[in-house]
Design a protein around this ligand. Structure first.
Ligand code: HEC
Length: 173
């Protein structure tokens, strides 16, 4: 009789231990996931604010992309421009002419007069985000109804194409 009682007691203790550890682990799991949720909603709110800030900011004409600031010397670098022409012919003439008339995309004549160099380079390097967020590029997209494709251009290549455009605009006007 006594032996049975001790057995019962041991079993009860075991049950209590199992229940306790279940309770503790469920508290731990809940704690972790609510921490995660907090972290998630925090970053969501943050990126939401950033987006809002960007939209509310006045358009600085620099566009959206990797190029924040570029220094263009007064003198045209002929060699760089020649390199730019090569890249332009390889990657852009399916949709653009350097002429006033449009093709699949806008005619590029005069582009360096109407846009900042940063904007042009960002358009070349990051066309999707530009047509989504930049007011001018958005407007072009609404007119041309084609998304300019990302042509996997490097930043130095984009810079050389800008030099070619600048040379063309300087000689044509
Ligand atoms: C698939 C066709 C296509 C290709 C390829 C393409 N573009 Fe475009 N481009 C467009 C379209 C269309 C627009 C107008 C914005 C839009 O709808 O995406 C545009 C806009 C531009 C603009 C802005 C023009 C303005 O008037 O402000 C520049 C600059 C430009 N492209 C340069 C380039 C360069 C440089 C290349 C080559 C690396 C290139 N594009 C390749 C279709 C193309």
């Amino acid at each position: 009789m006594k032996a049975i009682k001790t057995n019962n007691l041991v079993q009860m203790l075991r049950y209590t231990l199992v229940l306790l550890s279940l309770a503790i682990s469920s508290i731990l799991i809940q704690g972790c996931s609510s921490e995660e949720k907090k972290a998630e909603s925090g970053s969501e709110a943050e990126s939401g604010n950033l987006m809002k800030d960007a939209e509310e900011m006045e358009d600085d004409g620099l566009g959206f992309g990797p190029v924040k600031s570029v220094t263009i010397p007064a003198e045209i670098d002929e060699q760089l421009a020649a390199e730019g022409l090569k890249h332009f012919e390889a990657k852009c003439t399916a949709c653009h002419k350097f002429a006033p008339d449009k093709y699949v995309g806008p005619g590029l004549a005069g582009v360096t007069k109407r846009r900042k160099p940063e904007w042009i380079m960002n358009m070349i390097l990051n066309p999707q985000e530009m047509t989504q967020r930049d007011p001018v590029a958005k407007g072009l997209f609404e007119t041309y109804l084609t998304q300019m494709t990302n042509q996997n251009v490097t930043e130095p290549e984009a810079r050389s194409m800008y030099e070619y455009f600048r040379k063309m605009d300087a000689t044509n006007n």
